[in-house]
Design a protein around this ligand. Structure first.
Ligand code: NAP
Length: 483
């Protein structure tokens, strides 16, 4: 239950909920109302060191548990999350801003990773290799990598956490979780579930606090064997450099700048519906959301009319109100970035098809109107940087190859979408796209049973699917001489 106006212990080490050693706290603000929700403990180096020590001490015990024993905790965690989904969704909406219906969908999705990895825990297989020598037997034995650190962003405060926790715990790793400082309350609520289920002390540790200090402590320590990070490409790059000292394994889920290619044979009602849903979900603060639309000449006007008609139906407001379909941005700097990108586009000649202004409705928060830009050129910021807000630039293309070239020219390679009724064209484009995730007439590709992850500067490593657990496993090769 979310109780506002109180102090929340956000540090959980060795099975104990703690304040920061120096008593520091950080206020958590509701981005829709600008009200203070809670004060949460704000730790740093000392707490990170204690968490590493706890996770290191509990690792041999957790690694030795049978897969079935570990699986049971994840399965119970899944059941508890579903049982508490309304409570968790309310916390998520209060600290992050997204509409309750989206928060509920996120909690269900987050729980589904616990279920999937409860099952996958039992399917981590090794190999016996046919030997070329008669007197040898060759084995490959999977083993958990050790203590892992998970650093997560604010835009999906529940699912970004379980996408890391679930496969790590399933594999037999022990965990230090550092959630985003704007949205620690959802992470605290998830960790409480595992605490109440009796997960052994030290297996899962939570450190809220100063990101730089905590990350430096984690990367500097030889006992942390892997960092799994979701967030911006800039921070991912920094973590990569710092991890070089101890040659730590990394899994990086970084920024995106997803293109949507709308071909002239697309079902335009569906294309407009999906493009709108992808762009304006979570107010455009989604790593895989539509960020650049390339629409084929000949259908461009019709597509734009259908799209803007749908965008007009969005209702901005506080996410806790039932009628709200789009919430605020996370904070003032996010709002400033959106304003800057729209202003830059406007100055360079873009036209506003809809929106284009900050929204000053009845709620106080960081709102920006859902915005569609046309007559957009390649030099505009919106075409090159992640806006991370409700702004959709549209460009027109003529030949299929031209659309692929435009989509690929960027350094990001997370998700891309194609709207077409032709399997032939869909396959050709899919194969030519430099993206880790491709949606064909689909803009919601994320699901627990499939491998999610980027290419190029969107990172490496997979979350979800049978691949997701492999990030946390090392394969030990054993050669046995026999006589
Ligand atoms: P961010 O600034 O990189 O922060 C992400 C996490 O890293 C937070 O926990 C943050 O802590 C921490 N952090 C900040 N500075 C750090 C540093 N110097 N060293 C170590 N950790 C540091 O990203 P964000 O603004 O929260 O999230 C938005 C970004 O995440 C976007 O680029 C989005 O595309 C990307 N994203 C990618 C995926 C994916 O699956 N590929 C999914 C979701 C989001 P504090 O909050 O305490 O600063």
């Amino acid at each position: 239950m979310l109780i506002t106006g109180r102090k929340e212990k956000g540090i959980y080490i060795n099975g104990k909920w703690l304040d920061a050693a120096d008593g520091n706290t950080k206020g958590i603000i509701n981005p829709a109302t600008l009200e203070l929700i809670n004060e949460v403990s704000y730790g740093g180096k000392q707490e990170a060191l204690e968490a590493i020590s706890a996770a290191h001490a509990s690792f041999p015990m957790w690694a030795k548990k049978t897969a079935r024993e570990r699986s049971r905790f994840l399965y119970k965690g899944y059941e508890k999350m579903i049982e508490k989904k309304e409570e968790l969704a309310a916390i998520l909406t209060a600290e992050q801003g997204k509409p309750l219906s989206e928060a509920m969908a996120e909690i269900e999705s987050a729980a589904s990773y616990l279920l999937w990895y409860a099952e996958e825990a039992n399917r981590v297989y090794g190999e016996i290799i046919p030997s070329s020598k008669a007197d040898k037997r060759l084995l490959v034995v999977p083993q958990p990598i050790g203590v892992i650190a998970a650093i997560t962003p604010w835009n999906f405060p529940a699912s970004m956490v379980t996408r890391k926790l679930a496969p790590a715990l399933a594999a037999g790793c022990t965990v230090i979780l550092k959630p985003a400082s704007q949205t620690p309350l959802t992470a605290i609520a998830i960790v409480k579930i595992f605490d109440e289920l009796g997960l052994p002390e030290g297996v899962l540790n939570l450190v809220t606090g100063d990101a730089r200090e905590i990350a430096e402590t984690l990367t500097d320590h030889p006992n942390v064997r892997l960092i799994t990070f979701t967030g911006s490409t800039e921070v991912g790059r920094e973590l990569m450099k710092k991890s070089a000292k101890h040659i730590k394994k990394l899994s990086l889920e970084l920024g995106g700048h997803a293109p949507v290619i709308v071909m002239d044979d697309a079902d335009l009602d569906l294309a407009a519906e999906l493009t709108m849903a992808s762009k304006f979900r979570n107010s455009g603060q989604t790593c895989i959301c539509a960020n650049r639309v390339f629409v084929q000449k000949g259908i461009a006007d019709e597509f734009l009319n259908k799209l803007t008609a749908k965008v007009k139906t969005l209702k901005l407001g506080n996410g806790k109100d039932k009628e709200t379909t789009m919430g605020p941005l996370i904070d003032q700097s996010a709002l400033e970035k959106v304003k800057d990108h729209v202003e830059d586009a406007r100055k360079k000649g873009a036209k506003i098809a809809i929106g284009g202004e900050q929204w000053n409705g009845p709620a106080e928060g960081y709102f920006y109107q859902p915005t569609v830009l046309v007559e957009v050129t390649d030099s505009m910021k919106v075409m090159n940087e992640e806006t991370f807000g409700p702004v959709l630039p549209i460009q027109i293309f003529e030949e299929d190859e031209e659309a692929v070239e435009k989509a690929n020219h960027i350094q990001y390679g997370l998700a891309a979408y194609v709207m077409t009724e032709s399997t032939n064209r869909a396959f050709k484009i899919m194969e030519a796209m430099e993206y880790g995730i491709i949606g064909i007439n689909d803009v919601f590709p994320g699901t627990a049973e499939a491998p999610f992850g980027g290419m190029k500067e969107s990172g490496f490593g997979k979350e979800g699917g049978k691949e997701g657990i492999n990030e946390f496993i090392e394969m030990k090769y054993v050669s046995i001489g026999i006589s």
